[in-house]
Design a protein around this ligand. Structure first.
Ligand code: NAD
Length: 370
């Protein structure tokens, strides 16, 4: 039997509540489908600080590095607002991204038909929306040097950030975009600002060359990132896969996210390079939302973002495409049936808590898998 090692880091606030619903799905898949998941669990964020004085212990970092995939809940909360900067809860997530070398951030924006009317756009513009934004996560202006504020000595200061990309960084993120496009509708739109930025010129050249060399079967389009932002709210369904840099990706993925409604619905994945021997990529899957201290412990958090993150894990780390499709369909069917957590509640629907939503999705997943 294939052994699939999962390392669970539920974290703080609503993280453990949402992770609990994924644990039930893992248990079901092991029992009914012989899926071979072996799980281990660690601490990250504030709870790790309380236990070890660090946002993640070395032991847990070792387990994360050894696992086939990491499932991450959420970190942070007012209790840890004044802990030293280096051990703040978010430092655990940043350390994981850095040590696992997770350079590709995948943010799907899917609009479930049942929630189309909750979008700030007209329902017909978002109904059935299914796009994937791929953001470069470890380079660009957030990390480029020099990065400083210098005193000019005349009562003025100068803030400097450096946007920098090397060929290999653009090649590898473009490769991820083209490969994933092949599993979807085979279209990639690359976004940069080649009209005003040298890094944009290089981005455009390298994406074009990578496409010509290895992925000519995929349809490629280039768009200036500002025009891309406009098109995302004008006609979002024109896109399949969007690939862009760290800064533009940060903004464009948040814009796309809000087309689809609540934070409680949004999954994400961060992938590293394939291992030279095994071909497996390091990967971390997490909901986009934070630890939601305002509702933590009340049993009302929406577990869908966490469950959909697990569906991404099935798809991208384990190639269990039929199971990923079934789990995503289970979420859609449950929403169609009118069941809602508080954050996505609308008139005429039935409001449930975290556990009941998780149970409904699991029951539907079982029915679809039968
Ligand atoms: P948040 O995402 O935790 O919450 C924003 C709002 O959305 C809150 O009103 C919350 O109740 C609601 N919400 C979020 N997820 C929900 C869900 N699954 N179901 C129902 N409602 C949901 O963002 P915030 O309030 O800005 O931050 C709270 C804490 O989380 C802070 O400590 C912040 O640093 C941390 N944070 C962590 C991550 C992460 O772990 N990746 C991401 C963002 C924020």
């Amino acid at each position: 039997m294939t052994v699939r090692n999962l390392f669970l880091l539920p974290g703080d606030g609503i993280g453990p509540e949402a992770m609990g619903e994924v644990r039930k799905i893992i248990a079901y898949m092991n029992k009914a489908k012989n899926a071979g998941f072996v799980t281990d669990e660690g601490l990250v964020g504030g709870c790790a600080y309380d236990a070890h004085g660090a946002a993640i212990s070395e032991e847990d970092m070792g387990k994360a590095l050894a696992a086939d995939a990491v499932l991450f809940g959420a970190v942070g909360g007012p209790k840890w607002d004044s802990v030293p900067y280096e051990v703040r809860p978010e430092a655990g997530l940043l350390r994981l991204r850095k040590d696992l070398q997770l350079f590709a951030n995948l943010r799907p924006a899917i609009c479930y038909p049942a929630l189309a009317s909750a979008s700030s756009l007209k329902p017909e513009l978002v109904d059935g929306l299914d796009i994937l934004i791929i953001r470069e996560l470890t380079g660009g202006v957030y990390f480029g040097e020099p990065k400083e504020i210098i005193d000019l000595g005349n009562g003025q200061k100068r803030g400097i950030d450096t946007q920098v990309y090397d060929t290999y960084e653009i090649e590898r993120i473009a490769g991820v975009a083209f490969e994933l496009a092949r599993t979807r509708n085979n279209r990639v739109c690359s976004m940069e600002k080649r009209n005003v930025m040298k890094s944009g010129v290089l981005w455009n050249q390298v994406v074009t060359a990578t496409h010509k060399e290895k992925y000519a079967d995929v349809q490629l389009e280039h768009m200036l990132a500002d025009a891309g932002g406009m098109q995302l709210v004008r006609q979002p369904k024109q896109f399949d896969v969007i690939v862009t840099d760290n800064l533009f990706g940060d903004m464009l993925s948040d814009v796309a996210a809000m087309l689809t409604g609540s934070l409680g619905m949004l999954p994400s994945a961060s992938l590293g390079a394939p291992d030279a021997k095994t071909g497996k990529r390091k990967a971390l899957y997490e909901p986009v939302h934070g630890s939601a201290p305002d509702i933590a412990g009340k049993g009302i958090a929406n577990p869908i973002a966490m469950i959909a993150s697990f569906a991404m894990c099935l798809r991208y780390s384990f190639g269990l495409v039929a199971d990923a499709d079934a789990l995503e369909k289970a979420i859609a069917n449950v929403l169609d049936s009118g069941i809602r957590t508080g954050d996505i509640m609308s008139a005429g629907s039935r409001q449930v808590g975290t556990v009941e939503m998780g149970d409904a999705i699991l029951a539907e997943f079982k029915a679809l898998s039968a």
